[in-house]
Structures are given as C-alpha cells and as structure tokens.
Design a protein around this ligand. Structure first.
Ligand SMILES: [Zn+2]
Length: 235
C-alpha cells in the first residue's frame, strides 16, 4: 500500500475512534508501522484530538521513540508503541485509549469472561498491566507494557486504559471497539447478579477464530469509515 494511502487510513481511523467514544480530550493515540521499513512507525501527534490527524501532522518515529520526520509534538507515551512494535514483529498497529467501560472493568481486577461475542476475541487473549496508574513515559515502562501484552492482542492498563494491537489498522480499530463492548456487557451482567456458567472453551475458541479473520476486520472498519463520512457530509 502506498504511504499516502496508509496515512489516510490513519486519519480515518482517528475519526472512527472518536465517533465510537474512544476519545479522552487529546489523549489516546494510534500508530502504524511504515510499510517496508519495520524500524519506523507513523504516529498521531500530541496536543490534537484523534479526529484531527492530518497528512501534515503525522510523525515518523523509530523504535527508540525518536522522531525522524515531522515537526509536531510527540506523545510522551510513545514508548507504548515503540516497545510493542519492537517486541512483536507480527503487529503493525498499536492503539492506546482510555474508554470508560474498559477503564471501569480494569479497576475490578477481574478476568474477562466469555459473556458476549465480542468478549470471545479476548478470551484468554488479554494481558493485564499493573505496575502503575501513571503515564508510560520511559523505555522501561514501555517494555513493561509490552511484557504484559505478551502474545496477546490487547492489554488492559489497570485504572488507566487499554492498548489494543493488530496486524492492520482495521484489526486494531475494530478490536478496541469490541473490547469496550465486551467490558460493558461484563460489567452490566456482573452488576445484575450471579452470571450463569459460560459456554465450553472449545465453543468460545471456535467463535474467537471466526471473528479474528482479517477480511472481517476490513469489512467492519470500512463500514465505520463510511458512517463517519456520511455524518461529515451532513455537516
Ligand atoms: Zn494513557
């Protein structure tokens, strides 16, 4: 994919994330590995909303967190992205946000249960980072988040937020929305009282496999982009 097309996808992704309630003032960020250059990634800049990413303010950053192209301010939490992309060559996109239900779920300290279809995506596939409530502002803290992520697709930062990853922008964006929905359903179900036993592991794993297909992430991401563009057209 041409670099301009990929940057456009990053711009669209930011608008989708805000439309889906993943914004928290100008906090929250998204990065994407540069195609053909695995040691660098594109990233949203500091001091703007995720829906304000433009071709001109996207930064290019190396795996040590140094800005190599662009003049906008860099997020101090860049190390979440650089250390995960360093540790996980299979991943290309990293999203960090503070969505309400995921934060509330993180505060319970409970494991995620397979209480809904979106939750199946994270069934035994979700790390937990418990070192600090503070911003991830050093290489060492970034390494801690990458370690907590382990082989999973996402990691909950206790009392802080989430980090959700993917091989593609589509996968990471759709996954972070699904994680928020899964957290919401579990919080409601557990608040309602005793939850009935879940389905057997093999049944949940089958669903996990079926909803993890790359083409499904693309279908759903493209839909969300069309919806954002329709709203923009209406003004
Ligand atoms: Zn944060």
């Amino acid at each position: 994919m041409a670099h301009e097309d990929l940057k456009q996808k990053l711009i669209d992704a930011g608008k989708v994330l805000v439309a889906e309630g993943q914004d928290d003032f100008t906090r929250g960020h998204i990065s994407m590995r540069v195609p053909g250059d695995p040691g660098h990634f594109y990233m949203k800049a500091h001091s703007i909303g995720m829906d304000e990413i433009t071709m001109d303010n996207i930064l290019t950053i190396d795996l040590e967190g140094n800005v190599t192209a662009g003049t906008a301010k860099r997020h101090s939490e860049v190390y979440i992205h650089s250390e995960i992309l360093k540790a996980r060559p299979d991943l290309n996109c990293v999203i960090h946000t503070h969505p309400t239900y995921s934060c509330a779920f993180s505060a319970t300290g409970r494991p995620m249960r397979a209480l809904s279809q979106p939750s199946a995506l994270f069934y035994k596939n979700l790390g937990v980072y418990t070192d600090t409530i503070n911003l991830i502002r050093t290489h060492e803290m970034g390494r801690g988040v990458a370690k907590a992520l382990g082989p999973h697709r996402a990691v909950i930062l206790k009392n802080h937020g989430v980090v959700v990853c993917g091989a593609s922008i589509e996968e990471a964006v759709v996954s972070v929305i699904m994680l928020e929905n899964a957290a919401q359903v579990q919080l409601i179900a557990e608040a309602a009282g005793e939850v009935a036993p879940e389905f057997p592991e093999a049944d949940v794993k089958k669903l996990q496999h079926d909803i993890s297909r790359a083409d499904q992430f693309v279908v759903n991401f493209d839909y969300l982009v069309r919806r954002v563009r329709r709203r923009e057209a209406k003004g």
